[in-house]
Design a protein around this ligand. Structure first.
Ligand code: GUN
Ligand code: ZN
Length: 434
């Protein structure tokens, strides 16, 4: 019988058991901590002194003193096919889609191109410490196979789905209600819950789906209740106006999705900028979650997410990059911009809250608490090693931080891929900074 090899990691240890916006002492912090891992799962997380004494003989201790370990970051909204078009200029969402996005996504008809891009994309996620993402593929089912094949090879927990889009887009990217539905169901059967893969039913957004296609998406969501749903909502004022014209019977943009049964746990709505209070209440009540995408929203000039109103309504929140409209893969850079967006709306996001949103908050939004996003015993051992001395400036600033909040704030505001010394997935090192 093979004995289990225990691996332990000594560093500052941070994770959460609750939302710091609503619960005092929502975080666990061990300045000299130990994360104990066996069989790809967390066995224990706590103070070094206590846990070290209890390690079994043969346990290997990795010394990351001076660094900080947190659960792997979770990016709840990102488009892998848009990797090559990041930083493409356009005056707003709709021209950006027509000028860059659709021609770029056309290339994913070619499985070899899809496979090569998926590998680069996953390298990039791991380089910035992102261990789980909710990923849009393209309308081509082969783009989903390529993505899941690449993530399965690395044993990553990933959610992805085929874009459904049967109108208001170039014909070379159009499916139809019937084929899109059939292809999605085939992909669910092939990939959902295979290893660490999970499927997301992915209507691009209401303007590019007919009522028939939204109906099919809703039926799939009912037939496979533990799959995810992901789409865009209320991102841009021109888009909101367009939806009002296309769906005059709907109370609001969000209500279009609601009327097709797409507000439920495991539904992830990108952006949510132009929601009203009724929409926010429906989000909270249905346990659908918002993916807040600050770098994308600033880049396209879409608007500023209202954290205060979202919190008042009790919405599930997470942070996301939305690359290619997002301008960075790094969740640290995403926090940096989220902080400024909150300030511009007159509210305030402490660094602890931002680290929560990028870890446990996202896991809760995905109904995966206990599986990812924290160091609860039995959770999958996905974690990042952050280096407060990664750059001369970070070292200089963190050399005199006086609280955990100040340290995390410096990491969020000054950090990027260089801050990630190593990334682990299911207990295995999947990136080490050169
Ligand atoms: N709305 C519909 N499609 C997209 C997309 O690809 N990116 C963004 N940011 N918004 C969208
Ligand atoms: Zn998006």
């Amino acid at each position: 019988m093979q004995t289990t090899q225990v691996q332990a990691y000594r560093a500052g240890l941070l994770h959460f058991h609750a939302d710091p916006a609503f619960t005092p002492d929502a975080h666990h912090w061990h300045e000299d901590g130990l994360l104990v891992v066996a069989d790809g799962k967390v066995q224990a997380a706590g103070g070094y002194a206590a846990l070290h004494a209890a390690l079994p003989p043969g346990a290997v201790v990795h010394d990351y003193r001076g660094k900080l370990i947190t659960p792997g970051f979770i990016d709840t909204h990102v488009h892998y096919p848009q990797t090559d078009m990041i930083a493409s200029p356009a005056p707003g969402l709709l021209p950006w889609l027509n000028t860059y996005t659709f021609p770029t996504e056309r290339q994913f008809e070619d499985p070899a191109h899809a496979a090569a891009t998926a590998e680069f994309f996953l390298d990039e996620l791991l380089r910035v410490g992102t261990t789980t993402a909710m990923v849009y593929c393209t309308v081509h089912p082969q783009s989903v196979d390529a993505f899941f094949e690449a993530s399965e090879k690395r044993n990553l927990r990933m959610v992805a789905g085929k874009v459904l889009m049967d109108r208001h887009c170039p014909t070379f990217l159009q499916d139809c209600a019937e084929t899109g539905g059939r292809e999605s169901e085939d992909l669910i059967k092939r990939w959902h819950n295979r290893g660490r893969a999970q499927y997301a039913i992915t209507p691009r957004f209401a303007p590019t789906s007919t009522e028939a296609q939204l109906g099919v998406a809703g039926e799939l969501a009912r037939a496979y209740p533990d799959t995810y749903i992901q789409t865009h909502v209320s991102e841009n004022e021109d888009e909101v106006k367009w939806v009002r014209e296309l769906f005059p019977q709907a109370r609001s943009y969000l209500d279009v999705y609601d009327s097709y049964g797409m507000l439920r746990p495991r539904a992830m709505y990108g952006h949510c900028i132009w929601l009203d209070q009724g929409d926010r209440r429906r989000m909270a009540e249905s346990q659908a979650a918002a993916a807040v995408c600050p770098t994308s929203n600033l880049f396209l000039g879409s608007g500023l997410f209202d954290f205060e109103r979202a919190d008042q309504a009790g919405m599930l929140l997470s942070l996301a990059t939305d690359v290619g409209a997002g301008t960075a893969f790094s969740m640290l850079q995403t926090m940096n911009e989220a902080y400024k967006v909150a300030r511009l709306k007159g509210s305030y996001l402490p660094a602890l809250r931002m680290f929560y949103l990028a870890t446990l908050g996202a896991a809760r939004s995905m109904q995966l608490e206990g599986t990812i996003g924290s160091f609860a015993a039995g959770a999958e051992a996905d974690f990042v090693v952050l280096d407060p001395h990664a750059t001369p400036l970070l070292a200089r600033r963190t050399g005199h931080t006086e609280s955990l909040e100040e340290l995390l704030f410096a990491l969020a505001l000054l950090g990027d891929d260089r801050t990630v010394a190593a990334t682990y997935s299911a207990g295995r090192m999947v990136h080490r900074r050169p």
